[in-house]
Design a protein around this ligand. Structure first.
Ligand SMILES: NC(=O)c1ccc[n+]([C@@H]2O[C@H](COP(=O)([O-])OP(=O)(O)OC[C@H]3O[C@@H](n4cnc5c(N)ncnc54)[C@H](OP(=O)(O)O)[C@@H]3O)[C@@H](O)[C@H]2O)c1
Length: 255
């Protein structure tokens, strides 16, 4: 993996941060994005470069404006010689999801549309730009984060769950069309993982306790529970894995 480059959205916190550190520890150069936390992002750049002897750069991105991925990749082109992996990870929260993160009868098109833009459109434009670069180096691996909230009921999650189902379908289409370029495309779908996004749930404590109760492993997920799967899917060990969703739910979905 050393010398290859990962581009990932939302690398400052939660699952994205765990992925950034997992790949850096394997010698992968990292181009990651932040939205609000510039200071945190720049301090991570310094730490990643000194600790892992890799190149790291942070860029601002708002996934509610997916077309700006084009300018972002032009910036990345100036800093990195190649793009091998792309992970669409960032997710919106707070005011942007009002009308989307709620009960079915309270859903509003604007809220759902914002989540769709951040989940599906951002994946599409980011993956298109990444694929153009991957083609030049003989192939690559693309991943979208997803959630088991598109398989099992989660309170207030209808907007997110529906958009995650949509992005998993988009992943299969992308995989089918990009395979001839030796680009593999998969989704990694997590059960509840202890991050800021989950802590913003109005019933966070209930979800945490219920997840631990449902999991045969007796605990909820941690960001590092998903990062290893992402590393595997980007490695040659997953050379014939494409068009699938890798479910990592601590065994919670079956019970
Ligand atoms: N947590 C879970 O239970 C869970 C389970 C399954 C799947 N997932 C999925 O995993 C992914 C990561 O979730 P997480 O829980 O790690 O989230 P998180 O801890 O809330 O982190 C969100 C990340 O996205 C960035 N971000 C926020 N708003 C943005 C915007 N408008 N434009 C661009 N970037 C933005 C943040 O950057 P700043 O720090 O700069 O704000 C941060 O790096 C998401 O796709 C989520 O749906 C989460």
């Amino acid at each position: 993996m050393r010398g290859k480059t990962l581009v990932i959205s939302g690398g400052t916190r939660g699952i994205g941060k765990a992925i950034v550190y997992e790949f850096a520890a394997s010698g992968v150069n990292i181009a990651f994005t932040y939205n609000a936390n510039e200071e945190l992002a720049q301090s991570q750049v310094v730490e990643l470069e000194s600790k892992y002897n890799i190149k790291a750069r942070a860029y601002k991105l708002n996934i509610l404006e997916p077309e700006t991925y084009k300018e972002l990749f032009l910036e990345i082109d100036k800093d990195f010689e190649r793009v091998d992996f792309f992970i669409s990870n960032a997710i919106i929260s707070g005011r942007a999801v009002v009308g989307g993160y709620t009960k079915f009868m309270k859903l509003k098109p604007k809220g759902i549309n914002n989540i769709f833009t951040a989940t599906v459109n951002a994946f599409v434009v980011g993956a298109q730009e990444a694929a153009k670069r991957m083609e030049k180096v003989g192939g690559g691996s693309i991943i979208s984060l997803s959630s088991t909230g598109n398989l099992v009921y989660i309170d207030n999650y209808s907007g997110h769950g529906t958009c995650k189902a949509a992005v998993e379908a988009m992943v299969r289409y992308a995989a089918t069309e990009l395979g001839e370029k030796n680009i593999r495309v998969n989704a990694v779908s997590g059960g509840p993982i202890d991050t800021d996004a989950l802590r913003a749930f109005v019933n966070y404590e209930e979800v945490r306790d219920k997840t631990a109760e449902l999991s045969p492993l007796g605990r909820m997920g941690q960001p590092s529970d998903l990062s290893g799967a992402c590393l595997f899917l980007c490695s040659d060990k997953a050379s014939w894995v494409t068009g699938h969703t890798f479910i990592i739910d601590g065994g919670t979905t079956f019970k």
